[in-house]
Structures are given as structure tokens and as C-alpha cells.
Design a protein around this ligand. Structure first.
Ligand code: M6R
Length: 360
């Protein structure tokens, strides 16, 4: 049941420290500076030339996160919408790894793309939450995120667990590919291990409810981020529209001035996500919106320069640039949740949506 919580969504948001501990259990070896994925012998990915991530919805945002992180680790990769895969897939051969990211393991679009990749000879892995799901049975290998059952239609804890799992997988692929672990793995591993505690702190101190109170009667909601903040901006907006029924859009920070800025008014709050990747540019983009009257909510650590510029602040604990976006995402989940609650929406079961979409 929901226990002390009014909704499954809020319960599942609060389960994230546990979910991440479960995802990481036995998979990182901080002592020896390595990632331990039992299903993959050392060198499994040595011949992989490129990686394609396929997924839909929130899982696509996790896939985009994983793909960007892998590119930063020097491995060619792309994230593709599974429902577009049949018309837009880049070429696949036996040196291509295709990673199907699907919470349920039953999404028709994702299964179709997975089958197509398999038919063309790619090595396939699924990152999923459900043991025994179709994706787990059909992919060459399955990596389970171990998030526990998710009842809310809006995916929350499974996004965080997927993104962490894809970070681990990406680091393993890069290590195999280059013959050595990525140079910054030493700093990343302790921060990964500290994620459950960082999330506990964030959940104990969040101002998301006050921010939702202040802005929930706006006309539109914009989310901007750069680098690993970009998929988080997309996910922030998807969550917001899904459960509040209000208009929300996510943009790459630098795109704001290429069109969306025309929509910006004092009635369109802009949530700016800072991950430590070219933050000064994102801050400039946020200020361009602020100049047009938009309130800016900075999602960043306490001592960040953006705090002085912004109209409001959602704090995230200090962490590695590879992980900051995941903390920011949790603050945005909470803003969506409290805004939807204030608007009296049926949070766990939004209209027109199903937890698992088994038709094309
Ligand atoms: O089970 P899957 O991860 O394959 O589901 C993919 C999407 O249908 C899913 O993430 C959807 O976008 C969620 N309702 C988002 O909250």
C-alpha cells in the first residue's frame, strides 16, 4: 500500500535512496576503482564500435542521459526513440551494441526495435526493472535495475535507477573499449556510492512544495539544461505535463533563443538545471528569459552563482557533474507532484495514460 503517503508517486519518489542502493549493490568496487557487472566478463565490449540506446518516454530520457555520458567517455553512441527506430535507425552490424531501456520490459515500440536490431546481428542488452519480462527474455543479456515495483503511472524511481545503471554500463563499455577504466572513474565511484545519502538529504530539505505553491497557476512551464542537464529538462517537462495536465516544455538551454523565447512572459516560469557543464552559458540563457519577465528557478548547489541571479532556488547536494542532473531531476519530480496535488489531479493514474504501452 501507500503507507504514510497520499499517493504512490510520492512514496516512490521517497524510495529512491533505497532503489539506488539496490541498483548499486555489489556492482561498484570503490576499493579497487572498478565496476563489477557480474554478467559481463572483462573485455565483453572490447570490439564494440558504437552503441545505440532505444527507448520511449521517460526511459528515452534515461537513455539519452546514458548516451551522452558514454559519448563523454569517448565511445560513439546515440539514443533513439524506439517508435522512430524502424524509419531512422543508423546502420547496425555485429560490432554494434543495442541497449533497450524499458522499465516494464513490455513496451511494444521498444520490443519491436529490439527485435529488429537482433535480426540485423547487433549484440543486445536490456536495462529493465522486470525479471522475466519479454525484453529480459529476448535480449542477449538483461541488466536489472532492482527498483522494486512502481505503481504510479509517472515513472520516478525507475528513471533514477535506469540512469545510474546506464552510467555503470557506460563506464564498463568505455573501460573495455579503451583497455583502461576512464580517467575520472576514481572520482565518480565514491560519488555514485554516496548518491543514496545525497538523495536522503535532498528529500529531507526540499523546498519543492513552496515552489509549487508559488508557481502552480502559471500559463506554461519551461525546463532548460545543457549536457547531462538536457535529458533532465526533457524529463522534468514530461513529468510536469503528465500529472498536472499543464503545458510544459523542456529545451537545451542554448535553444531557448532560437525560438521558444517568443513564448516567454512573466507567466512562464523557467526551471534552469545546473550540472557543472558550461553552467555560465546556461545562466546567461536563463537571464535572457528573466529579462523578458520570466521567473527563474535555479536547480543547483547552495553556493552556486545562479542562486544570486534566480528568483527562486531548489538546492541539490554537491556531486560529480555526471550525477548532478539526477539529483536535480528528483527536485523536479517533487515540484510536479506538489503542483499536481494543488491542482487536484489524479496523480497516480493520469487520464489517457497506461503504465505499460503494449500497442504500437
Ligand atoms: O516500461 P517502459 O520504460 O518501456 O515505458 C516507457 C514509457 O511508456 C514510460 O516511461 C512513460 O513515458 C511514463 N509514463 C513516463 O512517466
Amino acid at each position: 500500500g501507500k503507507g504514510e503517503y497520499d499517493h504512490f508517486m510520492l512514496k516512490e519518489i521517497h524510495e529512491q535512496p533505497t532503489a539506488l542502493s539496490q541498483a548499486l549493490e555489489g556492482r561498484i568496487d570503490t576499493q579497487n576503482g572498478r565496476i563489477a557487472l557480474a554478467d559481463f566478463d572483462p573485455g565483453t565490449f572490447a570490439d564494440i564500435d558504437s552503441v545505440q540506446f532505444i527507448a520511449c518516454g521517460t526511459s528515452y530520457h534515461a537513455a539519452l542521459y546514458g548516451s551522452l555520458a558514454l559519448k563523454q567517455a569517448g565511445v560513439e553512441s546515440t539514443a533513439l526513440l524506439a517508435n522512430e527506430y524502424s524509419v531512422s535507425a543508423p546502420p547496425v552490424d555485429d560490432d554494434t551494441l543495442v541497449v533497450a531501456v524499458t522499465q516494464s520490459g513490455e513496451t511494444a515500440d521498444t520490443l519491436n526495435a529490439l527485435r529488429r536490431a537482433e535480426a540485423e546481428g547487433a549484440m543486445t542488452v536490456t536495462v529493465t526493472n522486470v525479471v522475466g519480462s519479454t525484453a529480459a527474455r529476448e535480449a542477449d543479456e538483461a541488466l536489472f535495475i532492482r527498483a522494486g515495483p512502481e505503481i504510479g503511472v509517472a515513472a520516478t524511481k525507475t528513471f533514477s535507477s535506469q540512469a545510474v545503471m546506464l552510467t555503470l554500463l557506460g563506464q564498463r563499455i568505455a573501460a573495455d573499449r579503451h583497455g583502461d577504466p576512464p580517467a575520472d572513474l576514481d572520482t565518480l565511484l565514491p560519488e555514485l556510492a554516496a548518491m543514496p545519502d545525497a538523495l536522503d538529504d535532498l528529500l529531507a530539505e526540499t523546498d519543492a512544495e513552496a515552489i509549487a505553491e508559488r508557481y502552480h497557476n502559471s500559463r506554461s512551464y519551461f525546463f532548460i539544461g545543457r549536457g547531462l542537464g538536457f535529458p533532465v529538462a526533457l524529463e522534468g517537462a514530461l513529468k510536469f505535463k503528465e500529472i498536472t495536465y499543464e503545458h510544459a516544455e523542456g529545451f537545451a538551454s542554448g535553444e531557448l533563443k532560437h525560438g521558444p523565447l517568443a513564448l516567454v512572459t512573466p507567466d512562464t516560469p523557467v526551471f534552469a538545471i545546473f550540472t557543472g557543464q558550461e553552467d555560465e552559458k546556461t545562466l546567461k540563457n536563463a537571464e535572457e528569459a528573466q529579462t523578458r519577465g520570466a521567473p527563474v528557478v535555479a536547480v543547483c548547489p547552495e553556493d552556486h552563482r545562479a542562486v544570486d541571479v534566480a528568483d527562486a532556488h531548489l538546492e541539490i547536494p554537491e556531486t560529480d557533474a555526471d550525477l548532478a542532473g539526477l539529483l536535480a531531476n528528483v527536485q523536479l519530480q517533487l515540484v510536479s507532484y506538489y503542483a499536481a496535488d494543488l491542482l487536484d489531479r489524479p496523480i497516480d493514474k493520469p487520464r489517457n495514460l497506461a503504465k505499460s504501452v503494449t500497442v504500437e
